[in-house]
Each structure stands twice: as structure tokens, then as C-alpha cells.
Design a protein around this ligand. Structure first.
Ligand SMILES: NC(=O)c1ccc[n+]([C@@H]2O[C@H](COP(=O)([O-])OP(=O)(O)OC[C@H]3O[C@@H](n4cnc5c(N)ncnc54)[C@H](O)[C@@H]3O)[C@@H](O)[C@H]2O)c1
Length: 434
């Protein structure tokens, strides 16, 4: 943050700091300056981030940015509650060109994650980007390159990585509590709704729809797509495997100690239940195979199952991850808890609790200050997002994919091969090298 701006900021926010200090969070060690944050996309999740960030005494929300004027006004109001008003803008470039902004949170729809992240890193900002980090595989690679080029922190919003409950489970798995883990099953059965059918219509006057679409191909506005339901459309989202599934896919690769992409992927699925405008499957089974990975150089398999229309909670968890080991089973429920079983299904240990978003923020800020490493660095986020993308591609083409983990290309498949990238329109945010 520039010195003059910082003085202005500190003065303007003095009352807010007094209020914030009362919340009781400790100052980050070695922190002499507050980190100025720009919030890009204060919608559903962005609002959750804002309320958590407002309780952190070493953080100042300097800017909020949304293409929806109603949401922007609400975010400015919301972020003003501790006595200072952030600058509200509708164009994210007006956040990135401010020297005083140290870091940005990107909580836009998925198709904006990579374009905004790359622009932000190139502008010298630290980035916290929501999961899935990318809309397609190529974008993830470009994000890693941009982060390394900028030498800035790029944290992905998979908060399980900073949640003590999950860290303990994974530590126990790594220490061998269930022996060798050769197979993991991830499931997503969070109930979704029918979004109906909507004809193209004029976007609301309060929404800058052209910027909302951004570098994606232009398609007509539909009232059942924004907000939130864009997740279920190919141009903007990644389906529920990239939405909720990616949290548990991430836990799966973490527990399996996998640091490379799978080589073989197969899948089946489709819209078996919802008769509406959604494009992604409501029913999906994907199998990923790694040829020889981990400390024992073994083959490993990951099975992803999605049924977002049934109220049955598998293993008692809506979403979760089952680690099958040679000496037991470890069930990790997404943001719900975990259970450990030994031989003969004997329950050995159980715990419950929720994901810790504050801890994930704190890890991001500690990484910026140089006192920690990001627990969900962009390279980690790219690994789990790639699983979601490969799962979706395999489901669309309905055949076995052979993937080269080094070049990140699908081999010998004219239809699936190009799907590691996407089409962009001519737009200022289209990343270079896509
Ligand atoms: N980590 C988690 O647990 C978690 C939970 C929910 C959502 N998410 C992620 O958060 C992201 C947002 O999801 P949501 O449900 O809040 O969606 P949403 O549609 O409610 O919010 C997105 C916001 O971004 C704004 N926006 C769109 N383009 C923009 C641009 N170019 N510049 C500025 N603002 C722009 C929209 O107007 C909207 O207010 C998604 O990627 C989702 O996967 C993460």
C-alpha cells in the first residue's frame, strides 16, 4: 500500500479498528500494516468472505467490485459496518490499478476465476480465488505460471485444507492408520433443485451483463441462470463435480498423497432426473486411475459418484470421501466430521465439526506476510480442478480418456482433446496463451 494512501486509510478506519480489535483476533505475527483487500464478486460466497474478513483486525476492505449494482450497493453497505466505507466499482480493473490494494478475493462465477486471477497477479496483487480455480485445464496451468511469474501468493478457496479436523484426519492417514490407501470413493449427494426453463430475455438494467459474460462466448441472458444457477451451464460453470465435488476430490488427492494428474479416466452420466435448462449431469460416476504413484509406487483409483436428487446421505454424510486402506476405512464427511474403522468394521474413533473459513483466510494472510505457506496453493487447486474437468469431459464423450499428466493433453481423441481449453470471445480479460 502506498504511504499516503495508507495514512488516509488508517485515519479513515481508526474507529473500525477499535471495533474490530474488540472481536479478539490476535494480530498476525510481525504485522505492522493492515492488508488492503479488494473483494471481487460479493455475491453468495463473496458475502460470506466479507463478513469473515470484517472481523480480522489486520485486514481492511478497501474496494468491493460487482457487475450487479444491487449487489455492489449491498456489499459497500455491508463492508461499511465498522465505520469505514470501501470504494465500490463495477469494473475489476479499477481495483487492480489501485496501488493501495495488496490482495484480492475473487468470488465471481467460475468462468471469471482464471481471467481475473491472471490479471490480478500481473498487476502485482496476492490472490485468493474461489474453487474450482479454473473453468478448464489450460487456464489452471496459466494461473500457476502467472503466480510464479508475479511471485505472489495464490490461494484457492478449498478451506478444508486449513481446517484442523481435516488436517488431523489426513495426518493419521499419512501416518498409516489404515495401511496403504489404494482406492478412494468421493460422493456428492447434496440435494439440488429444478431450475425450470426460461426463454432468453433482456437482462435487468442493474446488471452489466456484458461484463458478467466477460471473455466467455456471448449467449443471451436467461432469468434462471443468474445468480447462482450459472453453475449448471457449460459456458460459465463446471457442474456439481466442480462446485461441491471439487472439495472432496481435493481431500481425496491430499489423503492419497498424489501430486500428479491421473493417466486414465472413464465416466458415465447425464441428466437422469431434472427436466430443465441445466446442462451438466445430475447423475455422474467417474473413475480415475494413476499408474504408479505415492511412496510405494502403486496403482491408485479414485471413484467419484454424484446423485444430486436423492435425500439419502451416504455413510451419513451428504458429501464425503471414503479412504479404503489395507487395514481399515477412513470416512471424511465434507465439513461434517470423520469416522475411523479398523478391521471387521470396528469403529475406532469419530469426530464432528465444520470447515474453518477463518483459518483459511488466516493462512492466506500469513503467507502474504511470509510466515506460512499457502495450504491450498494454486498448484494444489489445479490438481483437484483438473479432476473435475477431466470427469466432465469423459462424461460428455462417454469413453475412456488417456491423459498425459506432463503435457496436460488428452491423447488420440479428436473430440475430447480440444476440451482441455475453451472458446473465448475477443475481450480485454481473455488470458494470453489460451
Ligand atoms: N469455498 C466454498 O465453500 C464456496 C461456497 C460457495 C461458493 N463458492 C464459489 O464462489 C464462487 C461464487 O459463487 P456464488 O454462489 O457466490 O455465486 P453468485 O452468482 O451468487 O455470486 C457471484 C457474484 O459475482 C458477480 N460478478 C460476476 N462477474 C463479475 C465480474 N466480472 N466482476 C465483479 N463481479 C462479478 C456477480 O454479479 C455476483 O454478485 C463460485 O466459484 C463458487 O464455486 C465457494
Amino acid at each position: 500500500m502506498a504511504a499516503s494512501n495508507r495514512r488516509h486509510f488508517l485515519k479513515k478506519s481508526a474507529a473500525g479498528v477499535a471495533a474490530l480489535s474488540a472481536v479478539g483476533y490476535a494480530r498476525a505475527s510481525g504485522a505492522n500494516e493492515r492488508i488492503a483487500v479488494g473483494m471481487i464478486g460479493p455475491g453468495g460466497m463473496g458475502t460470506a468472505h466479507l463478513s469473515t474478513l470484517l472481523s480480522q483486525p489486520d485486514v481492511v476492505i478497501s474496494h468491493v467490485c460487482d457487475v450487479d449494482r444491487h449487489r455492489l450497493a449491498a456489499a459497500v453497505k455491508n463492508a461499511t459496518r465498522h465505520g469505514r466505507e470501501p470504494v465500490g466499482v463495477g469494473d475489476l480493473r479499477r481495483v487492480l490499478d489501485q496501488r493501495e490494494v495488496d490482495a484480492v478475493f475473487i468470488a465471481t462465477p467460475d468462468h471469471w476465476h482464471a481471467p481475473a486471477t491472471i490479471l490480478a497477479l500481473d498487476a502485482g496483487k496476492h490472490v485468493y480465488v474461489e474453487k474450482p480455480c479454473s473453468h478448464n485445464i489450460r487456464e489452471g496451468r496459466l494461473m500457476i505460471e502467472a503466480a510464479r511469474r508475479a511471485r505472489k501468493v495464490c490461494q484457492v478457496g478449498t478451506q478444508s485444507r486449513s481446517t484442523e479436523m481435516n488436517m488431523t484426519a489426513i495426518r493419521m492417514i499419512h501416518e498409516g492408520v489404515i495401511g496403504d490407501v489404494l482406492c478412494v470413493r468421493v460422493w456428492n449427494s447434496q440435494l439440488r433443485r429444478n431450475i425450470g426453463r426460461a426463454k432468453p430475455s433482456e437482462p435487468p438494467a442493474t446488471l452489466d451483463y456484458d461484463t458478467w459474460v466477460g471473455p466467455a462466448p456471448m449467449v443471451p441472458y436467461r432469468a434462471n441462470m443468474i445468480p447462482g444457477a450459472w453453475r449448471w451451464f457449460y459456458h460459465f460453470g463446471t457442474g456439481d463435480i466442480g462446485n461441491d465435488g471439487v472439495h472432496d476430490l481435493d481431500v481425496a488427492v491430499w489423503g492419497m498423497q498424489i501430486t500428479t494428474h491421473p493417466s486414465t479416466i472413464t465416466a458415465l452420466g447425464g441428466k437422469y432426473f431434472f427436466d430443465d435448462d441445466q446442462e451438466f449431469p445430475d447423475t455422474q460416476t467417474v473413475i480415475f486411475e494413476w499408474p504408479s504413484v505415492g511412496k510405494n509406487n502403486q496403482k491408485k483409483q479414485l471413484i467419484f459418484e454424484q446423485r444430486i436428487w436423492t435425500p439419502y446421505k451416504m455413510e451419513g454424510y451428504e458429501n464425503g470421501c471414503a479412504f479404503y486402506g489395507t487395514r481399515g476405512l477412513f470416512l471424511v464427511g465434507h465439513a461434517e466430521g470423520w469416522r475411523l474403522y479398523g478391521p471387521r468394521n470396528k469403529e475406532l474413533k469419530t469426530t464432528s465439526g465444520g470447515a474453518n473459513l477463518v483459518a483459511h483466510h488466516r493462512n492466506f494472510f500469513a503467507s502474504i506476510r511470509g510466515t506460512a505457506q499457502p495450504t491450498a496453493d494454486i498448484e494444489i487447486g489445479h490438481l483437484s480442478a483438473t479432476l473435475a474437468h477431466l470427469g466432465n469431459i469423459a462424461t460428455r464423450v462417454r469413453r475412456v480418456l488417456h491423459f498425459d499428466p506432463k503435457t496436460e493433453e488428452i491423447l488420440n481423441d479428436k473430440e475430447a482433446g480440444p476440451m482441455v481449453r475453451r472458446q473465448y470471445r475477443d475481450h480485454w480479460a481473455t488470458p494470453r496463451g489460451v
